[in-house]
Design a protein around this ligand. Structure first.
Ligand code: AMP
Length: 511
C-alpha cells in the first residue's frame, strides 16, 4: 500500500501489518486497523479531489474525543492539509468549548476552506458559515444531507505525490492564552512528524486511554501509541471510576492526566481493588504536583509514574521518570530536560544565569510551536532567537533537574486553562455593583491552583451578591473563569505602585 512520509502515512503503514486488529474503541463502537485506514484514505481522497492544486485548510468541529476528530485530522494531514481544531481550548475537559467568536476568528485567520463536522455540530457550523464572507464548504464523515460533502463516499485512494513542505502548519489548536482571547498555536509537519519517533521505536504496543482533549497533547499521545502498533480508547472526559474500570477491561498501558486527576484516581473508593496491573506509563502533566501526594501515588501505582513538564508553546520540556519518583528530593522537581536545551535567563535583561540561579525558563526544542497565529508581535516576544520564553520561573540544579518556582506573569492555571487575572478583574468591575476587583491564584492543600477573587462593592449594591457575580462571570467569560472563592473586602491592599496587591491577597488566603 503506497503511502507518504507524513506521520499519518507512517502510522497507516504500521496499521497495515494487521488489518483485523481493533485500534480505536469508543463508547458506541470500535474500528479495526483496516476500517480505520479505509476511512482515513477515503476522506483524504475526497478532500484532495475537491481542493484542486492547493492543499485545503480543514477546520474540525466535532465532539473532541470522538473517532471523527482523529480520523479527520489524519485525512487532512495525509494530503498535507492543515487541520484546525475549532472545538476546545487546552483544558482538561474535552467539553470545554471556544466561544463562537473565537471559532469565527480562527476560521477567518486560518482561511479554512473546509469545515468538517459531525451531526452534533452541523447546526453550529451552519451558523458560523453564515457569518463569513468566504465560507468554507461543509464536510462530514457520512451523509449529513444536502450541502455537506460526504467524506466517506469515494474510493480509497493513494495519497498524492505532491511534496509536503515540512514548515507548513500541520495542526492548529487553541490555548486559552494569557488574555481573554484564545490564541491559535501552529505546529508544523516537521515537528508533528517527529512526535511519533518514540512510538515507532517502542518495543511494546501502547494501549492508550485518552481522557484529555484529543485536539491537544492527548492527540499526539494517540498518534504515538498507534505508531507503536498499539491502540486507543476514547473517553469523553475524565471520570475516575470509569477510568479504573476501562483500565481493567481494555488492559490499558498508558494514561495522560493532570495532577488533580491523578489524586482523584488514587482517592477513588474502587482504586484499592481495581486491577491496574496493565499500566506501564501513568503520565501526568500540566500543573504542579504535590510531592506528598506523589509519594502516595508511588506506593499505590508503583514504578509507572512519569511527570511531563511542558507548555503549549514549547512542547514537552522536562520529564521525571518512574525510577526518579522513588527519590523524595526529585519528587519536588519536574525532572530533567527531555529534548532540546533549557537555559535560565534573567527575566529583565534576558542574560543567561549560572546553574542554581532562578530566572525565566527558556527552551530551544524540536517540539516548539511555529507561531501564534495572526500575532507576529506576541510570537516575537515569546520566541526570541529560537528560544521559547515560557513565562515560568525556576532553576536548574547541578544534576540538571528543573525546579519550578512560579510564573512571571500572574497567570493562574486552573482546570487546565491559563487565566490572566486582568481578564477576570475587568469582567468583575464591569458589574455595576463592583468597585474594585483583584483575581489571583491560591494553591489548595494538594497544591492544586485555584482561582480566587477579592471584590469591593459599591454602597447599597444589593444585587452584587456572590452568586450573582458568579453568574455574571460565567456569562461574560466562561464557567472556567468563575473563581472557586469570591470574598468581599471593605478595601483592597495595594502595592507600592498603587496596584491591587495580588501577592498579599494570595498569601492571606493561604493562611
Ligand atoms: P499550557 O500551555 O496550557 O500547557 O500550560 C503550560 C503551563 O503549565 C506551564 O508554563 C507551567 O506553568 C504549567 N505546567 C505544565 N506542566 C507542569 C508540571 N509538570 N509541573 C508544574 N507546572 C506545569
Amino acid at each position: 500500500m503506497p503511502t507518504n512520509d507524513t506521520y499519518v502515512g507512517r502510522i497507516l503503514q504500521v496499521l497495515a501489518d494487521d488489518p483485523a486488529r481493533t485500534v480505536l474503541t469508543w463508547q458506541h463502537g470500535s474500528l479495526t486497523a483496516g476500517a480505520f485506514t479505509t476511512a482515513v484514505r477515503t476522506a483524504a481522497g475526497v478532500l484532495h479531489r475537491h481542493s484542486g492544486d492547493r492543499a485545503p485548510v480543514v477546520a474540525i468541529l466535532t465532539t473532541t474525543n470522538s473517532p471523527a476528530t482523529l480520523l479527520l485530522r489524519y485525512a487532512a494531514n495525509l494530503i498535507g492539509a492543515t487541520a484546525v481544531h475549532l472545538h476546545t481550548t487546552n483544558a482538561v475537559d474535552p467539553e470545554d468549548r471556544l466561544t463562537s467568536d473565537a471559532e469565527l476568528a480562527l476560521l477567518a485567520e486560518t482561511g479554512a476552506t473546509v469545515l468538517a463536522v459531525d451531526a452534533e455540530h452541523l447546526a453550529a457550523a451552519r451558523e458560523l458559515t453564515a457569518h463569513l464572507a468566504q465560507p468554507p464548504i461543509l464536510a462530514a464523515l457520512g451523509d449529513l444531507g444536502p450541502g455537506v460533502l460526504d467524506l466517506s463516499a469515494g474510493a480509497d485512494t493513494d495519497p498524492p505525490e505532491v511534496p509536503i513542505p515540512p514548515d507548513r502548519a500541520a495542526v492548529i489548536s487553541c490555548t486559552s492564552g494569557t488574555t481573554g482571547r484564545p490564541k491559535g498555536i501552529a505546529v508544523d509537519f516537521r515537528t508533528r512528524n517527529g512526535f511519533i519517533t518514540a512510538g515507532l521505536q517502542m518495543a511494546w504496543r501502547a494501549v492508550y486511554l485518552a481522557t484529555l482533549p484529543m485536539s491537544h497533547s492527548s492527540g499526539a499521545t494517540a498518534d504515538d501509541s498507534l505508531a507503536s502498533g498499539g491502540s486507543v480508547v476514547l473517553h469523553q472526559g475524565f471520570d475516575a471510576g470509569e477510568v479504573l474500570r476501562a483500565v481493567a477491561e481494555h488492559r490499558i498501558t498508558r494514561l495522560l492526566i493532570s495532577p488533580p486527576q491523578l489524586y482523584r484516581l488514587m482517592d477513588h473508593p474502587e482504586a484499592a481493588s481495581a486491577d491496574l496491573s496493565s499500566i506501564s506509563m501513568l503520565c501526568y502533566t500540566g500543573a504542579p504536583a504535590s510531592p506528598a501526594r506523589l509519594a502516595e501515588a508511588v506506593e499505590r501505582f508503583g514504578d509507572v509514574l512519569i511527570q511531563i513538564y511542558g507548555t503549549s508553546e514549547a512542547g514537552a520540556i522536562g520529564m521525571l521518570t518512574p525510577a526518579e519518583h522513588r527519590d523524595p528530593d526529585l519528587r519536588a522537581t519536574v525532572g530533567r530536560v527531555l529534548a532540546g536545551e533549557v537555559r535560565i535567563r534573567d527575566p529583565h535583561d534576558h542574560r543567561d544565569l549560572p546553574t542554581g540561579e532562578a530566572g525565566e525558563i527558556c527552551v530551544r526544542s524540536p517540539f516548539a510551536m511555529r507561531e501564534y497565529l495572526g500575532d507576529p508581535e506576541l510570537t516575537a516576544r515569546t520566541v526570541r532567537d529560537g528560544w521559547v520564553h515560557t513565562g515560568d520561573l525556576g532553576r536548574l540544579d547541578e544534576r540538571g533537574y528543573i525546579h519550578l518556582s512560579g510564573r512571571l506573569a500572574d497567570v493562574v492555571k486552573t482546570n487546565g486553562i491559563k487565566i490572566h487575572p486582568t481578564t477576570v478583574e475587568h469582567a468583575l468591575t464591569a458589574h455595576p455593583g463592583v468597585l474594585q476587583a483583584a483575581a489571583f491564584g491560591v494553591p489548595d492543600a494538594d497544591l492544586v491552583e485555584q482561582l480566587h477573587a477579592a471584590v469591593v462593592l459599591r454602597d447599597g449594591a444589593a444585587a452584587a451578591t456572590v452568586p450573582a457575580l458568579r453568574e455574571h462571570l460565567a456569562a461574560a467569560l466562561s464557567p472556567q473563569h468563575v473563581p472557586a472563592v469570591i470574598d468581599v473586602h471593605p478595601e483592597l491592599p495595594l502595592t507600592a505602585t498603587g496596584k491591587p496587591d495580588r501577592a498579599r491577597l494570595a498569601a492571606d488566603a493561604r493562611r
